[in-house]
Design a protein around this ligand. Structure first.
Ligand code: SAM
Length: 471
């Protein structure tokens, strides 16, 4: 669903008042579901399930209630105060609606598991699908996460940096710019802006802004985004298309247009017990909350006709690193190459340097790799994202292990008392990097970016069940 941020009066001109359209929406659902429409209405009035997806490279948690279609997904009994969990800030898990974790089944069906590919998540913020895809792809695959909306680019960047995986490029371009990258990607995910019917239970705003005009508007956006995505896909490449709406015009009809251009549907196998329903005309999968333990969701997978040529572009391993010694801040398991971009030193997996150059020639690159250091005056300081990077070497910076309460104080931006504190140190919680500290004698100054800090004073929900005292 795309939140409409324009002035509300202007918005109403175009899409009208949500409440006037209830009957239209109910009619459509009646046509789709027949007698089950009332079950859906009941489900839409119930509490949504809460779920998280673990970052297996950082953390594990025995599962009492797994999301059956996602190996790293877990339901929680109630919604806790995630903000007051240091592990949440350390990128150990992502809070995500369960139905959208079906991406994993689409990925399995695509046959791309274990292959080194170039993938694009075109409508990526805040990063739910991107972090999931990153965990599914081989670690040598290159993943480009793109988001057109400037404000949403910040949260995408924060979430991806905290997830901490290498070979992830963050971009902020209009999908039309993909025309400069014809037949470039092996896999493209379009999690499209949509009319958001599937979020009616979780988000009152989604219900209020719905109208037939919004559906029409979204259809136009989706068609444009898909056209540009399609030509950026390699022959033989795979497209995943998803929305959180039940509108046929936004789902199967969009797929039918690509099928008319030669696209071949890929069946996504699911267990009957999970409750998904086949899409209209057998295209894709639909999730309804009265059948599936999750919100409304649609997903389809298509293959572009043509022969897929397996190729890996291996780039030269030389570049203009102004601070080559910083390569030692990372583990040596990749042929790192350092590049400077917008006053930040980034480390790039050298085997993708040619690919990343091509991407940078076409799209607005925000973050080409693992951020190592940023320039403050004449000095290079470790970048906030390096603290959370999975490839960070553990032998370079001294670590200060924080208790739960100290970690929360750190995450609020507080300086920590110290004796003879000098240089730069890493604040950790349960072995997970949170951010940087700067020694100033009797205290450690807090270098956590202001926008990453906890603003709320105290939790209004119970603590996460894995917090030490579960207060
Ligand atoms: N994939 C995200 C996730 O799983 O966290 C959610 C994506 S949300 C459904 C759709 C995204 O499309 C929004 O971030 C929105 O800013 C973006 N968007 C809106 N208009 C767009 C357009 N014309 N082209 C591309 N993306 C657009």
């Amino acid at each position: 669903m795309e939140r409409d941020r324009r002035d509300p009066s202007e918005r109403q001109d175009r899409i009208g008042k949500g409440s006037e359209h209830v009957a239209v929406f109910q009619d459509k659902i009646q046509q789709l579901l027949g007698p089950e429409a009332s079950d859906l209405e009941v489900a839409l009035g119930s509490q949504p399930p809460v779920s998280i997806r673990l970052n297996a490279t950082k953390w594990s948690l025995p599962s009492k209630d797994p999301v059956p279609w996602c190996t790293s997904g877990q339901y929680l009994a109630e919604r806790p105060a995630f903000t007051f969990d240091p592990l949440f800030h350390a990128g150990c898990y992502y809070v995500q609606e369960p139905a959208s974790m079906l991406l994993e089944q689409a990925f399995l069906a695509s046959g791309l598991s274990g292959k080194d590919i170039i993938a694009l998540d075109l409508c990526a913020a805040p990063g739910g699908k991107t972090t999931h895809l990153r965990s599914l792809l081989s670690s040598s695959s290159l993943l480009v996460a793109n988001e057109i909306d400037r404000k949403r680019q910040f949260i995408l960047q924060e979430n991806l940096w905290k997830w901490g995986a290498a070979n992830t490029v963050i971009c902020g371009s209009d999908p039309r710019d993909l025309d400069r990258l014809p037949e470039f990607f092996d896999l493209i995910v379009v999690d499209a802006p949509c009319s958001g019917e599937g979020m009616f239970r979780k988000d009152a705003f989604a219900r209020a802004q719905w109208s037939p005009a919004l559906v029409q508007h979204c259809c136009g956006l989706q068609r444009t985004v898909l056209q540009h995505a399609w030509q950026a896909l390699k022959p033989g490449g795979t497209l995943f298309y998803s929305t959180c709406t039940w509108e046929t015009a936004e789902n199967e009809d969009q797929m039918a247009e690509l099928i008319a251009m030669g696209a071949v549907p890929i069946k996504i196998p699911v267990e009957p017990a999970w409750g998904m329903r086949m899409g209209v005309d057998g295209l894709g999968l639909r999730c309804y909350p009265h059948k599936v333990r999750g919100e409304g969701f649609f997903i389809a997978a298509l293959r572009k006709p043509g022969i897929h040529v397996e190729e890996r572009l291996i780039g030269p391993l030389t570049d203009n690193a102004s601070q080559p010694e910083m390569a030692a801040w990372l583990n040596e398991d990749r042929p790192w190459q350092l590049v400077e971009h917008d006053q930040i030193q980034f480390a790039i997996d050298g085997q993708h340097i040619t690919n990343i150059r091509s991407i940078a020639n076409a799209l607005r690159v925000l973050s080409p790799g693992v951020p190592l250091a940023e320039k403050k005056g004449d000095e290079w300081r470790p970048h906030a994202a390096l603290a959370l990077a999975g490839d960070r070497s553990t032998n370079v910076f001294p670590e200060i292990a924080l208790s739960y309460d100290q970690a929360l104080a750190y995450l609020r931006g507080t300086a920590l008392p110290a004796k003879d504190a000098r240089g730069t140190a890493l604040a950790t919680y349960n072995g997970h990097g949170l951010g940087w500290l700067r020694g100033a004698g009797n205290r450690w100054n807090n270098l956590l970016p202001a926008s990453w800090r906890i603003k709320a004073q105290r939790p209004i929900a119970p603590n996460v069940p894995w917090a030490p005292s579960h207060r």
